[in-house]
Structure formats: C-alpha cells, structure tokens
Design a protein around this ligand. Sequence first.
Ligand code: SF4
Length: 81
Amino acid sequence: MALFINVEVDAAVARDGELVKKLIEVCPVNIFATGSGGALQIVEPNLDECTLCELCLNAAPPGTVRVVKLYGDKEVLTRKA
Ligand code: SF4
C-alpha cells in the first residue's frame, strides 16, 4: 500500500488510449499500466517510488493528473495551464 504518494488521473484521461500510452512511457518507475479494456491502471505497489519528476503532469492536459503528497504539507503537484 502506498504511504507517501497518491496519483490521481481524471476519468477522461484514464480512458484515452493515446494519453494512457504517453503516461506509461514517461513514468520512470512504472506507476502507470494498462488495465482492463485499455483503460489506465495505477500500479499501487509502485506509488511510493514516485520521483516527483512531474513528467506525467506534462503528458496530459493541465489539471487532469495530480500527484498528491500524503505527508508534510500534503502538497498537490499539478500542471499549470
Ligand atoms: S511524477 Fe514522475 S515518477 Fe511520479 S508518477 Fe509522475 S511520471 Fe511517475
């Protein structure tokens, strides 16, 4: 179970084949995968490997992918418009 990081992806992005492919490509620690029917799946055991590189934020439209720190100030990283 993830203890420190959560990654949230809007449903529209999670169903968009091209964006799913991009997210899988950019994440260096394999937090994204393809689930049933080609929809995006978050690989929960990998969440805490997140390097906060923000590549996923830039791979999708602004605000649709959010990296949430579950510690400290609970900062939410999201792509600015
Ligand atoms: S911030 Fe980087 S390491 Fe974390 S989920 Fe996004 S692409 Fe993966």
